[in-house]
Design a protein. Structure first.
Length: 234
């Protein structure tokens, strides 16, 4: 009798060990695909949750009310950037705590988008001839986007983006048949940052108006248990 009980206990412990090992492998796979995310606790966890819920409420509101495109798209990007810098570390060794440079990146993301929105029509009219602040803040925003992309997806997408930026800038120096007249920093920033055909183009339009709603709906199904019910029912 005791021998049987011991065997059952040992099997249970082995099952728990296998389960823990499988969980560790699953987390390692997720990190490899999506980046090493923070597991925040206390005040920081509450803050991030409040910001995420606020972002969800805002987008639910925009699904009902009319928000100008020049406002919706930059705000959407600023919210995503802020949460990205708060949830994904600059390197794996800085996990589970938000560093000073993360707060600086969040502040810069918000400040640049505020500058963009409050500029109004005067700002958008400068797309072909941006002023010095437009170029500085636009270049800063591009760097922030590249860093956020690196944190979440790795180096491949940022490297491709940097290669295309270099191609646009160094066009006159390239050999045939890749040479072209080239674009200066102001023209590149004006196209990517000021118009609705660069950073705030069609992908962000779809993300801010459709994809985000499906993400909210999916999260609701998952955390309410409705998703498991549908799977079990099927």
């Amino acid at each position: 009798m005791n021998s049987s009980t011991d065997q059952q206990t040992a099997a249970g412990v082995a099952g728990a060990e296998v389960s823990a090992e499988s969980l560790a492998k699953a987390e390692s796979y997720i990190e490899a695909e999506e980046g090493a995310a923070h597991k925040l606790r206390g005040v920081l966890a509450v803050l991030v949750t409040v910001l995420a819920v606020g972002m969800s409420v805002f987008h639910l509101y925009t699904a009902y009310a009319i928000v100008p495109t020049q406002t919706l798209r930059p705000l959407h990007v600023a919210m995503v950037l802020s949460l990205t810098f708060m949830l994904f570390p600059v390197a794996a060794r800085y996990r589970h705590r938000i560093m000073l440079w993360d707060w600086v990146a969040v502040a810069l993301s918000i400040a640049v988008v505020w500058y963009l929105i409050q500029g109004g029509d005067d700002f958008t009219d400068r797309a072909t001839l941006p002023n010095q602040w437009d170029v500085i803040l636009g270049a800063t925003f591009i760097v922030l986007l590249l860093e956020a992309t690196r944190r979440t997806t790795g180096w491949i997408v940022p490297a491709i983006s940097i290669a295309f930026l270099a191609y646009a800038y160094f066009g006159p120096s390239l050999p045939q048949p890749w040479t072209h007249r080239g674009f200066d920093v102001g023209q590149i920033v004006g196209q990517l940052f000021i118009t609705l055909e660069g950073i705030f183009g069609a992908p962000v339009d779809v993300s801010s108006s459709l994809i985000i709603l499906f993400c909210i709906y999916g999260a609701f199904l998952q955390h309410s248990g409705a998703g498991k019910f549908f799977i079990d029912f099927s």
